[in-house]
Design a protein around this ligand. Structure first.
Ligand code: ADP
Length: 324
């Protein structure tokens, strides 16, 4: 392998730049050429490439987002689209790539690998932490810190006004952000899709804590949670059945995807980038780099896509005990 392409694809997450930097610098260190592919699969089809050297990636380790930009690309879902991408890579002399993204991006890479025998390695970049084969995805730790900081601020208002706040956090159909940030921010209740205990129980629990002397509360709701039809409907339900509480809703939204990556995400990105390039040079392909027990591991991409992450049961227990 003489020339490795690197790109980001799908949703962005903090730490993607640190991963790009690591791939580029590892290539420079090992005397392999490295090409940045802009706009994910879209740019691959168009040939939007730029040769990168160690200096191309200075001052980005601390930046959120992705300097290579990211996109969703319908054309890559077609055989013709992927053929165009392959021809562009061939013309540029790129003979392997590292894709930084989520399960959709990995699915595209896997199909591409099967069709053309093209070597691919994935690095998991998403704040949702919903990828099998790694305990942490890039951006998850940063998002937790962002959410905790936001909830700390909401808490000031909640306690000044004796209010109940429902705070919606991201996570698609998993509750990792909600559970971890909820424990970290000292939330009263954490509603996650993995554990639907029903709204009657929520109401009882809120009433119990009110009568135990709590005057304000914060309930974290994962976006994929099904306790209510949505967070606003849940608010109406609680207000209707528990009139002595003033309820407010805060949907944190895209702020959770941005910001400077945490030290943990920068370190993890640096490690994963090195491993990804090394794996390609060792002749490995169709694998995702992950971390488990603080060791880097490689998981077949098809397993990473199909497998489900498990919610941390011990942490659920801790959160229950903490809301006594
Ligand atoms: P993420 O990588 O964050 O999960 P998406 O699901 O939007 O994001 O996927 C990113 C891109 O990966 C898509 O826009 C598409 O170009 C490519 N992709 C996703 N699924 C497939 C598929 N089944 N076949 C080919 N390409 C795919």
């Amino acid at each position: 392998i003489k020339k490795i392409g690197v790109f980001t694809s799908g949703g962005d997450s903090p730490g993607m730049n640190a991963a790009i930097r690591s791939v580029v610098r590892t290539c420079a260190y090992l005397n392999v050429e490295c090409v940045g592919i802009y706009w994910g699969y879209q740019g691959m089809i168009k040939g939007d490439f730029k040769l990168m050297n160690a200096r191309s990636v200075h001052n980005i380790i601390n930046k959120g987002g992705t300097i290579l930009k990211t996109a969703r690309c319908e054309e890559f879902r077609t055989k013709e689209g992927r053929k165009k991408a392959y021809d562009q890579l061939q013309a540029a002399g790129i003979d392997a790539f590292v894709v930084i993204g989520g399960d959709g991006s990995f699915t595209g890479a896997m199909i591409f690998n099967q069709e053309f025998g093209f070597p691919v390695i994935g690095i998991p970049g998403t704040i949702d932490n919903d990828i099998f084969g790694t305990t942490f995805t890039l951006g998850f730790d940063t998002a937790l810190n962002t959410v905790v900081e936001a909830i700390d601020k909401i808490r000031d208002t909640a306690s000044s006004h004796n209010r109940l706040f429902f705070v919606e956090v991201m996570g698609r159909d998993v509750g990792h952000i909600a559970l971890n940030a909820g424990v970290g921010a000292g939330a009263e209740e954490i509603l996650i899709p993995e554990e639907n205990l029903g709204r009657e129980r929520l109401l009882e629990s809120l009433k119990r804590s009110r009568s135990s002397g709590k005057s304000s509360s914060i309930v974290i709701v994962a976006e994929g949670d099904k306790t209510g039809k949505n967070i606003f409907e849940l608010k109406e339900y609680v207000e209707a059945n528990f009139p002595d509480y003033e309820v407010r809703v805060s949907v944190l939204g895209h702020m959770q995807r941005g910001g400077a990556p945490s030290c943990y995400d920068r370190v993890l990105a640096s490690r994963m980038g090195v491993r990804a390039v090394e794996a390609l040079l060792e002749g490995k392909t169709n694998l995702m780099v992950g971390v488990q027990d603080n060791q880097l591991i490689l998981t077949p991409i098809n397993k990473a896509i199909k497998g489900h992450t498990k919610i941390d049961k011990e942490l659920i227990r801790v959160s229950e005990i903490m809301s006594t």
